[in-house]
Design a protein around this ligand. Structure first.
Ligand code: F0G
Length: 391
């Protein structure tokens, strides 16, 4: 680990972090910069923050029963300012970009990264270029955020993996500061999801942390954060980690199943467009982290993902399809006996329900297992009574 962690002791850190919650400065109140000793060595006036983090950790008892575990908490990263966990990475990445004197920041994205980068770049007064897959593979809600925040938005005739290759190839020629999760500061910011979660659990680690895996930035960031917390004595034991990929975009799961075989990129396809990624750039870091935490990697089909999403939504919390992959995979791991019935689990929901309204609407319009279809009625009282009578 590069930074000299021994400069900090656990008790002091816990006290300093807790005290900052009472502060009125935006940096102290940020759910990222509150933990700044373990994020990035910036001065306060270099930070571009907009109240990211501080997301809810919700007990979800009905969902725990459906999944089959003793206790399940949902860490809802959809509550970030632009609706996904990406804001935690972007506050760090854009702040460093400013420190370095960058004029334009850039990323390839399946939608959320571009929405977040566009917002933080606008606040910081930086130019912003985003590349997203054209057509139905980028949700209209996410695309509209990038456009609205003023990013120059290129919808490419290609998938996310291609967009990432292109933006990496052009970055130095066009003098772009790249803010995909290949950027280490992005991952440093995303570590705060784990700090906040463990703080909320009074530093008593759960048995499992469950999350979806796409480009594997969170997998890398979470495992790094947990190992650092353990090394610092902030937590007395390490949780295990379960990474869940969409079945149609699961090269990391295939590598794991093959005894950590060399990762073979795939042509990705899944309804969970956020994780429609076939060649995850962070896989070396992620596999080292999963191994260090005695973790597992599994897959969930699109049907399993959308059914799990319906139940996360029905619990009153809600998430976008990619986030529900974690819950679908958790249920599968429980059924396979990999995760025990008495396990205490935290699942991270990565994006907000409103990030992909088309996927939700089409699920509920169809004959899916947990569909709640809208009922069209004529605009008169009798028709409404008749419709209610049929309930
Ligand atoms: N969940 C959501 C909602 C995402 O937007 C992403 C990634 C992931 C999970 C996967 O996270 O890459 O850390 O494994 N979205 C990126 C984007 C690729 O461009 O918005 P990961």
């Amino acid at each position: 680990m590069a930074r000299n962690l021994s400069a900090y002791d656990a008790t002091t850190l816990r006290e300093v972090w807790a005290a900052r919650r009472m502060s009125l400065t935006p940096y102290d109140r940020s759910g990222v910069w509150r933990f700044r000793e373990l994020i990035a060595p910036l001065d306060l006036d270099e930070m571009t923050a907009r109240g990211e983090g501080n997301t809810g950790l919700y007990p979800a008892d009905a969902l725990a029963r459906w999944v089959g575990v003793a206790s399940l908490h949902l860490k809802h990263e959809g509550e970030n300012p632009t609706g996904s966990f990406k804001d935690r990475g972007m506050t760090a990445g854009v702040s460093v970009a400013r420190r370095l004197g960058a004029s334009t920041v850039a990323c390839a994205s399946t939608g959320n990264t571009s929405a977040s980068l566009a917002s933080y770049a606008a606040i910081a007064g930086l130019g912003c270029l985003v590349l997203v897959p054209a057509g139905q593979h980028t949700s209209a809600a996410k695309l509209s955020q990038a456009l609205a925040y003023g990013a120059k938005t290129l919808a490419i005739h290609g998938d996310f993996d291609r967009a990432l290759v292109l933006v990496q190839a052009l970055a130095s020629e066009l003098d772009l500061y790249l803010l995909n999760s290949v950027n280490p500061w992005r991952l440093e910011g995303q570590k705060s999801i784990m700090y906040e979660t463990l703080e909320a659990l009074a530093w008593d680690a759960p048995d499992w942390i469950v999350l979806p895996g796409g480009n594997l930035g969170n997998t890398s960031a979470f495992t790094k954060a947990l190992l650092e917390m353990y090394e610092l004595g902030l937590i007395a034991r390490l949780p295990r980690i379960a990474v869940v990929q969409a079945a149609g975009a699961s090269p990391f799961a295939a590598s794991y199943a093959g005894g950590w075989a060399r990762l073979q990129p795939v042509r990705a396809d899944t309804i969970a467009t956020a994780i429609r990624i076939g060649d995850p750039v962070n896989h070396p870091k992620a596999s080292a982290g999963v191994r260090a935490l005695d973790g597992v990697v599994t897959t969930a089909t699109d049907t399993e993902i959308m059914d799990a999403k319906a139940l996360v939504d029905r619990a009153g919390i809600g998430c976008e399809p990619a986030s529900a992959a974690g819950i679908a995979g958790l249920r599968k791991l429980r059924r396979e006996g990999e995760i025990a019935a008495d396990a205490r689990v935290v699942a991270v929901l990565t994006g907000h329900l409103l990030k992909d309204p088309a996927a939700t609407a089409s699920y509920h319009a169809g004959a899916a297992e947990y569909a709640n279809p809208p009922i069209e009625v004529d605009a008169d009282e009798d028709s409404i009574r008749a419709a209610l009578g049929a309930l």
